[in-house]
Design a protein around this ligand. Structure first.
Ligand SMILES: Nc1nc2c(ncn2[C@@H]2O[C@H](COP(=O)(O)OP(=O)(O)O)[C@@H](O)[C@H]2O)c(=O)[nH]1
Ligand SMILES: [Mg+2]
Length: 201
C-alpha cells in the first residue's frame, strides 16, 4: 500500500490485532456472520482437516468423516488501517466445549448471537463469558419470521447485567455485522478503561 507514496507520507504502522469470539447456539448464524464481514475466505475446519491435516493424517477411507467433524469459523476484518479484527466462531455443539478455553485465550471480547425463537440456546455462551469476565455484546440475529422483542425484554429474559449491550443484527449484512463488532471493541475498551481506573464507575 505504501508503494509509490512520497517519502513525506506517514510511515505505515503495524496494525493492532484484536481477537473476537463469535458464540451462540447451533444454527444461530455464526458462520453466516463471520462470512459476511471476512476479507479472507472463511476458513472452516473441514478445510483444516483436509488441507493442513493431509501430511500427517492418513484419511484414506475416512474422507467423509474428516470433513464433517467440527465446524469452526475464522475470519479477518480490517476496521481501520491500524486496527484488524480476527474472528473466531466457537463450536456450537456441546461436545466441543473443550475447545472454548483455547479459543478464549487472549480474546478482547465476544459476540453472543441469539435467536429469539430459541433464546435458551445462548444461555451456555452467556454463562461462559460472564464467568470469565470476558466482555460480550448480546446480539439478536433477526431471522425472517421471528417475533421482534425490545432489547430490554431480551435482557431480562437472559438476566443480563444492565451494562451488557443488547443489539439487533442481520448476520447476512456486512454493515450490520460491522456495527456489532465495533460495539464489542467499544464495550471492551470501556470496561478495560474502568478496570484500569481511568474512568469513573
Ligand atoms: N433469514 C436469515 N437467515 C439466516 C441469518 N443468519 C443465518 N441464517 C441462515 O440460518 C442457517 C444457519 O446459519 P449458520 O450461519 O450456519 O449458523 P451457525 O450454526 O451458528 O454457524 C443458514 O441456513 C443461514 O443461511 C439471518 O440473519 N437471517
Ligand atoms: Mg456454523
Amino acid at each position: 500500500m505504501a508503494f509509490g507514496r512520497s517519502s513525506r507520507s506517514t510511515p505505515t504502522v503495524e496494525p493492532v490485532t484484536l481477537k473476537i469470539l463469535v458464540a451462540g447456539g447451533f444454527g444461530v448464524g455464526k458462520t453466516t456472520l463471520v462470512g459476511a464481514v471476512s476479507e479472507i475466505r472463511p476458513l472452516r475446519t473441514e478445510e483444516t482437516l483436509t488441507e493442513a491435516g493431509r501430511p500427517v493424517d492418513d484419511t484414506s477411507g475416512v474422507e467423509r468423516k474428516s470433513t464433517t467433524t467440527v465446524a469452526m469459523d475464522f475470519g479477518r476484518l480490517t476496521l481501520r488501517e491500524d486496527l484488524v479484527l480476527y474472528l473466531f466462531g466457537t463450536p456450537g455443539q456441546d461436545r466441543f466445549w473443550f475447545l472454548w478455553d483455547e479459543l478464549a485465550q487472549g480474546a478482547l471480547g465476544a459476540v453472543v448471537l441469539a435467536d429469539t425463537r430459541r433464546l435458551e440456546d445462548c444461555f451456555a455462551a452467556v454463562d461462559y463469558f460472564e464467568r470469565r469476565d470476558i466482555p460480550f455484546v448480546l446480539t439478536v440475529n433477526c431471522f425472517d419470521g421471528a417475533d421482534r422483542y425490545p432489547a430490554e425484554a431480551v435482557r431480562s429474559a437472559l438476566d443480563l447485567d444492565p451494562e451488557v449491550p443488547v443489539l439487533l443484527c442481520d448476520a447476512r449484512e456486512r454493515e450490520s455485522v460491522k456495527e456489532i463488532l465495533v460495539a464489542v471493541v467499544e464495550h471492551a475498551a470501556m470496561l478495560g478503561a474502568r478496570r484500569r481506573g481511568s474512568v469513573p464507575v
